[in-house]
Design a protein around this ligand. Structure first.
Ligand code: MRU
Length: 351
């Protein structure tokens, strides 16, 4: 394993993002010099995946502060409110976005209360954005450590979407972190990746990043997963999440619910891996999680090629919610939480 994929970075020029829209055929980095560019990068899926969106939003806040030209702390506060609002409008489901914006605002408030100058506050905001990034990578390392122990030597694991290094601050990933953790512990693991229509994160991103780390991966179309599970080949399903409600209901990429139902039918453990920044205790149940709806072209076209008749009605939900009773365990940086999640998740925050 190379363990070297980091999809978003800070530089003196601005925020660097690996353009995930072009993978796997092109590896191109974009330099985003304003917070508006960062917001567009999140909205247009240059970067995607809940923790990666959170890290990018934190850098977006730091960049907004860096580019602020005034000298009054009150004016910087107004500017940061506006930057936060702009970033918050990009995508609704991944709670890491709102978590990161709120944390950066709290850092501002603390520095303001301490009587710091505009230039010192700018430095603190950048330091905190870098800390958010470092903490995310460390959280994934711990998820890999705890989650890896749940897998056995020679297991074949099914995953959906991309919950890898690309979807996070980098290096391990969440669901793919569990797989990398098991490999790091000396186990041989094979992966079956759902292609994940309509945006094809599984085909384009999961297949690419596992191959980069020499982990055997077999790609299937989404409608093959029932057949593959019935064959007895799959020993565990591991997915990431965009938002986990207080009761353990899990929002993740559209199609995850279908996979969880199939795993239940075939007695296959269904694991969810996510940092605590993805757990939203303010959402009592999955019904409270906003589900993104996306444009029609993703359903009617693939890479610009029209598949469906002109004018056909479509729906394009980006995410679905898997009810907690289908979730075998939730792996976070604090360990392995099991039902009843309303207690076990809360206990992890209190640890
Ligand atoms: O629409 P995306 O690509 O941002 O959706 C990503 C997912 O659903 C991931 O599974 C989730 O964010 C977990 S990432 C560690």
């Amino acid at each position: 394993m190379k363990l070297d994929i980091i999809p978003v970075k800070w530089s003196d020029e601005g925020v660097l993002m690996l353009d995930q829209r072009l993978l796997p055929t092109e590896e191109k980095w974009l330099t985003l010099r304003t917070y508006e560019d960062v917001a567009a990068g999140i909205r247009d899926m240059v970067v995607r995946g809940a923790p990666a969106i959170g890290v990018s939003a934190a850098y977006g806040m730091a960049l907004g502060a860096k580019n602020f030209v005034g000298t009054a702390v009150a004016d910087l506060e107004d500017e940061l409110d506006f930057v936060g609002e702009t970033l918050a409008k990009t995508r609704p489901t991944a709670v890491n976005l709102f978590w990161a914006i709120d944390r950066m605002k709290a850092t501002f408030q603390k520095a303001k209360a301490e009587g710091k100058s505009v230039s010192d506050i700018k430095k603190e905001l950048l330091e905190d954005a870098k800390a958010i990034h470092d903490e995310d990578i460390e959280a994934q390392r711990l998820i890999a450590h705890f989650g890896g122990q749940l897998l056995n030597d020679n297991d074949t694991v099914l995953t959906h979407c991309n919950a890898g290094a690309l979807a996070t601050g980098g290096v391990w990933g969440t669901a793919l972190g569990v797989i990398r953790g098991a490999v790091d512990q000396g186990k041989t693991i094979a992966v079956v990746a759902d292609e994940t229509r309509p945006y094809l994160q599984g085909a384009r991103l999961t297949a690419w990043e596992l191959m980069e780390d020499d982990i055997p991966v077999t790609l299937i179309t989404d409608n093959m997963s029932g057949h593959v599970m019935k064959s007895g080949k799959i020993k565990a399903v591991v997915v990431g999440s965009d938002r986990i409600a207080a009761n353990g209901d899990v929002a993740n990429k559209i199609g995850t619910y279908m996979v969880a139902v199939l795993a239940h039918r075939h007695n296959i453990p269904f694991y969810v891996a996510a940092p605590l920044s993805t757990v939203d205790l303010n959402c009592p149940t999955g019904d409270d999680i906003p589900i993104e709806e996306r444009g029609r072209e993703e359903v009617t076209h693939v890479k610009g090629q029209q598949l469906a008749p002109e004018g056909v009605g479509i729906t394009n939900y980006g995410f679905d919610v898997t009810p907690n009773e289908l979730v075998t365990a939730i792996i976070t940086e604090k360990g392995v939480a099991r039902a009843p999640y309303v207690y076990s998740l809360k206990a992890q925050f209190d640890q």
